[in-house]
Design a protein around this ligand. Structure first.
Ligand SMILES: [Ca+2]
Ligand SMILES: [Ca+2]
Ligand SMILES: [Ca+2]
Length: 452
């Protein structure tokens, strides 16, 4: 029984890991197998000698790879050499798909969706690919790594690029005598979701020359952090003209994030030695949700949380008081962002965030339609000129609804007190009538529209 529980735990850990950053199989060429050839072949990689050209062609094909003990890391790398047969030079190539070979010399690498031996399932969207290599070219041979994210069956090269989603190409023509890291970005052609990754590693481009030798090791897919450029406003401290008051700064704002208690129970260690600037309004809790639609973005879809500072111009920044927030997460569907505060109703982006110029920018404030639930979940703070929408004040117990409890338990009993208090709805450091009349009473029965 204990074993069963353990294996359940292990299974769930594995499924969590599977949601992490996907990498190629056997990317460091450490694992090799006997596939009936004279030399071992790297597991999950194949060559011209296991092509689809049949046993005659495969038997005739030259050995264009070796298991090398000259490794960047670990025990082995793959050494690729151009080889020739009946006057045709074959580039030293391995692929995680399959090689198509013809007598004429025509060939390509491709994915066979119906046969797991010849495909590599892959659903994420890396930003770039990197490899360590050494290259001793003959003629004008360039060491190459090509990676293709695609759906269905696809091949490299392909004049029509049907089913392509993104392609990355490392191209190194220069003699490279010591292990050197090279990388190249994926060029995304559309927003489709990939099903497979096809990688081709080669000692030469299409015009291979005999004598070229290249070594490859440690192929890695790189995922850049998600950098969020967020703007949001709160009703309580709102001052007009797209600015908020900073009445809690510096006397009352704590140096460690305050969301470590119920109902948030956020265990993050965000803290500062001193508040980094005078523009800070308060701490916020920023949450990422990964879901197909806003409606489906329930609390079950939370993938990350981070405490942050809200500045008086609405910017949401990190602990240095100026930098955009950065998350090391992978989005599988769409990214929705939730903003939570101690005594304001939480809001969620109505739309998924989209990466532009390297950032996921989102202004919650520009229109009611930017906040999920529209006017039902947000307050119009500025009516003339540029609209400003913000978070609704008055939720002292942060239970998602403004009601009598927020007065009796968080305002009445503390009236006249000063400090960092959740009944201080206009966030000026004092609990008095302004909090009750101007930031609680007017919001009675308002509720957050963030999906549960
Ligand atoms: Ca290795
Ligand atoms: Ca409440
Ligand atoms: Ca107040």
């Amino acid at each position: 029984m204990i074993k069963n529980i353990l294996s359940l735990i292990i299974a769930s850990i594995i499924s969590i890991v599977a949601l992490g950053q996907q990498q190629p199989e056997n990317p460091g060429f450490e694992n090799w197998e006997d596939v009936g050839l004279n030399i071992p072949e790297p597991i999950d990689w194949s060559s011209i000698k296991t092509s689809d050209g049949g046993s005659f062609l495969n038997g005739m094909a030259p050995y264009v790879w070796e298991q090398s003990t000259d490794a960047h890391t670990g025990t082995y790398s793959v050494k690729l050499i151009n080889g020739s047969v009946i006057g045709i030079v074959a580039a030293g190539t391995v692929t995680n798909g399959r090689i198509h070979a013809e007598m004429s010399g025509t060939g390509w690498a491709y994915t066979i969706p119906a046969d797991a031996q010849w495909n590599t399932p892959f659903t994420q969207k890396p930003d770039s690919i990197a490899v360590w290599l050494k290259h001793a070219p003959a003629g004008s041979d360039a060491a190459q790594v090509k990676a293709l994210l695609h759906t269905g069956s696809a091949k490299i090269p392909d004049a029509t690029s049907t089913n392509y989603i993104a392609m990355a190409e490392i191209n190194v023509p220069a003699t490279t005598p010591t292990w050197t890291r090279f990388s190249a970005p994926f060029n995304y052609l559309n927003s489709n979701d990939p099903e497979y990754i096809l990688i081709v590693v080669s000692a030469a481009d299409e015009s291979a020359t005999l004598g070229t030798e290249s070594y490859f090791d440690d192929i890695e897919l790189i995922y850049n952090p998600l950098v969020l450029d967020l703007i949001a406003f709160m009703e309580g401290p709102y001052a007009g003209g797209s600015q908020m008051n900073t009445g809690l700064n510096p006397d009352y704002i704590p140096l460690s994030q305050p969301y470590n208690t119920a109902p948030w129970n956020y265990a993050g260690t965000e803290s500062v030695v001193a508040l980094p600037n005078t523009n800070i309004v308060d701490w916020l809790l920023v949450e990422l949700r990964d879901a197909a639609t806003a409606t489906a973005a329930t609390s079950a879809t939370i993938i990350a949380q981070q405490a942050a500072f809200l500045l008086q111009d609405g910017s949401i920044v990190g602990m240095d008081g100026t930098s955009r927030l950065s998350f090391d997460n992978i989005i599988n569907e769409n990214m929705f962002v939730v903003i939570k505060h101690r005594n304001h109703l939480g809001i969620m982006s109505a739309n998924p965030l989209v990466k532009t110029d390297g950032y996921y920018a989102y202004a919650f404030s520009d229109a009611a339609g930017n906040i999920y639930g529209g006017a039902a979940g947000a307050k119009q703070l500025e009516t003339f000129g540029q609209e400003v929408w913000g978070m609704i004040a008055g939720d002292g117990d942060a239970n998602g609804t403004v009601n009598n409890v927020d007065k009796t338990s968080f305002w009445s009993i503390l009236s006249g007190k000063s400090g960092y208090l959740s009944g201080d709805y206009n966030m000026d450091g004092q609990i008095n009538n302004s909090d009750k009349n101007e930031a609680w009473l007017i919001n009675i029965d308002e509720s957050t529209q963030v999906p549960n």
